[in-house]
Design a protein around this ligand. Sequence first.
Ligand code: ATP
Length: 437
Amino acid sequence: MENKQDVLDKIVALAKRRGIFYQNSEIYGGIGGFFDFGPVGVEMKNNLKKYWWHFMVEKRENVVGIDGSIISHPTVWEASGHVKSFGDEMVECKKCHKRFRLDKIDNANKCPECDGEFTTPRKYNLLFNTEIGVVEGEKLPAYLRGEACQNIYLDFKNVVDSTRMQIPFGIAQIGKAFRNEITPGKALYRTREFEQWDLQFFVRPEEMEKWFEYWKNERETFYKSLYRKPENLRFREHEQDELVFYAKKAFDIEYNTPWGWDENEGIHWRADYDLTQHSKFSGQDLSYRDPQTNEKFTPWIVETSGGVDRTFLFLLFDSYEEELLDNGEIRTVLKINPKISAYKAAIFPLVANKLEISGKAREVFEKLVDTHRVVWDDRGNIGKRYRYQDEIGTPYCITIDYQTLEDNTVTIRDRDTMEQIRLNIEEIEDFLSDKLK
Ligand code: ATP
């Protein structure tokens, strides 16, 4: 694409036009850092989460999942260190009053928007506060979770006691997290409410290095299978001064966004920090006893923690194309991984008002609806329907026409090549299963 700068604007416009995502509370003027997924977006997001879950949980005998709650005992966030320090240093421009994260601006002396002077940096806590209980004066202060992974440490002992899992094993979770970000922006990239996909993999300390490398490779494989253009992915190793005290190393998987390389996911060396902290603050023994050797130890943790919404946005960057057609028109198409597309095929009766054709099309729809996510469209001419489905990334369009009434065949049009073939109705199900494997 020619101009990388306006890609984000085009994607945000497409998202609104086609029901992928919308600014939350738009009729009230919007609210910074909150988005709703529309009818197309919710299908895509569910598919994306399913894709991760299949790769991380279903395919493995040594990983199980949980689904934890958003509010936990407030002491959790003291033990984790978030109450004391979770946040960034912020500066405010004295002239235009815009606020910035100190670590995200190039020049700490001058506002990038208006050249104004900055206030002295202030520490800012990103946790959202809330209260539990109804009686004034007796309410318990609490927090919306600032990261989803804490539930996994809290449930570690429960999982060991209630399943057949033995170390090394992992606990996976996809769930919402909330951060009162200073500068939400770039659509889904930095929001105040978002979803994370996390794995905490529990190991013997002496096997940490091996499993760290293993998960780093697995996560690379995952993103390479998800995106179309793997050249837009890279690892960035954290510098020594970026590492928390317990981490020997850390890597970010970065994506080449229109504004440059930026974080997609982190691979973290958490050692025994989390279980030790929760053990200390709760007074509970969170160590693990090896059933074979009877040896007791606090497991070490390899963490992989990525953003669902961020990946969603990066996938749109990865798949958005504008193509010049022979007739001079521009075709906008989302060449998105078919596993993630909202619909796998659209069913078009060529004409809506001819009963035999729409009846036959209904038959095709009913035949496929239980095995493939299909969508019905009989509005406007076929050209318009193709354009709509291209924009939301539907890989196949199936048209039922006059010839169908004669020989039971339909046309199937491929999103990426725009080629059309004719296929017997009886063959469609296998064709889609084969193509979408
Ligand atoms: P950043 O430096 O961008 O603020 P982080 O390093 O604090 O991110 P982590 O705490 O490691 O992020 O969270 C894991 C993942 O969660 C990130 O890699 C990112 O994909 C996602 N994430 C974090 N903050 C946000 C946010 N405000 N909006 C959307 N996704 C987010």
